[in-house]
Design a binder for this molecule. Structure first.
Ligand code: ATP
Length: 305
């Protein structure tokens, strides 16, 4: 099989989703409804988005050796991705996320890595050629950190493009930032990385400049319904998103990232790629769940007309 041009390396989770009117305060119990277990995990969501939106994509991940994990591998195949490096780890459950969705559409999420923690550099070793042959590699921060660092170094050395969606939020060492061609934090993550609270366009510029100084070529800060701020050697600007009624924003960022790298990989300009990603993400927030909410290419094409 020919090597996939786009590789996503990341997590797979079973999302346990409960709808609540408002989030419980510490010590409080609230009554929820509509409990569902849905496919999620930032890596899987971004890989599924890329696959549904037409990318030639391979996924590197660990699932548990349980029903959910095996079912996920089947679904990834159905979505058309290359799954030879999606490994079922004996004796571990698939990663989980406990997600509460408030009536406002906001979410509150706790995760446990479980099988995702097994994606160590040693486990990655047999799949290194997928990374060295890729044109673009997209990662998030739900995988072991040393694996992310190794993958970034390897892809960079081989001449590929390294894109990091630095979620969930955490500080990152300069050594990793220096290996990134592009970083895509949301406002919270941008603040965690730079110490700059991002509320205005001027704040976004300040945060982006800090990341450029550490060696990141393209900084793209997603701003929820306000759109995204992009900064590179070609200049900086706000690219507005689409206005929709949000039902559940889970995986909005993931859909955006999967769509963005797919469009860039296919040769679209940065502005066109961002608009395409805005459209895909806007559709996803109108629906419940992570992967079930991710649209296919035809739907995005119609939405953008
Ligand atoms: P999440 O963690 O909820 O998946 P995120 O915090 O990583 O999302 P955001 O910055 O909230 O990422 O959103 C990413 C992109 O999704 C935005 O740039 C935009 O394209 C789209 N988006 C998010 N919320 C909305 C909304 N309410 N209406 C329209 N588009 C939205």
């Amino acid at each position: 099989m020919a090597a996939s041009k786009l590789i996503v390396l990341g997590s797979v989770n079973a999302d346990h989703v409960l709808q609540v009117d408002t989030f419980p305060r510490p010590g409080e119990t609230v009554i929820g409804h509509g409990y569902q277990v849905l496919p999620g995990g930032k890596g899987a969501n971004q890989a599924v988005a890329a696959a549904r939106l037409g990318a030639d994509i391979g996924f590197i991940a660990c699932v548990g050796d349980d029903d959910f994990g095996h079912r996920m591998i089947e679904r990834f195949n159905e979505d058309g991705m290359e799954t030879s490096a999606v490994m079922a780890v004996e004796g571990l459950p698939t990663g989980i996320a406990l997600i509460q969705i408030a009536a406002s559409g906001e979410n509150s999420i706790s995760i446990s890595a479980e099988a995702n923690a097994a994606l160590t550099p040693e486990v990655l070793a047999p799949h290194m050629t997928m990374l060295t042959q890729a044109e673009t590699v997209l990662m998030q921060l739900e995988s072991p950190f040393e694996t992310i660092e190794l993958a970034a170094r390897t892809v960079r050395k081989a001449g590929g493009r390294v894109v990091l969606n630095p979620a969930p939020a955490r500080a990152l060492p300069d050594s990793l930032l220096a290996e990134l061609d592009m970083i895509t934090p949301n406002e919270t993550e941008a603040e965690m990385l730079t110490g700059v609270g991002v509320e205005t366009e001027a704040d976004a510029r300040k945060a982006a400049d800090i990341l450029h100084d550490k060696g990141v070529g393209v900084v793209l800060i997603t701003l929820g319904e306000k759109g995204a701020y992009v900064s590179s050697s070609e200049g900086a600007r706000l690219v507005e998103g689409y206005s929709v009624t949000a039902v559940d924003t889970t995986a909005a960022g993931d859909t955006f990232n999967g769509a963005l790298v797919t469009a860039l990989q296919q040769g679209k300009s940065m502005d066109d790629a961002i608009l395409f990603a805005h459209a895909a993400a806007a559709i996803s927030v109108t629906r419940l769940g992570a992967q079930p909410s991710i649209p296919r290419l035809e739907e995005v094409t119609v939405f953008m007309k």
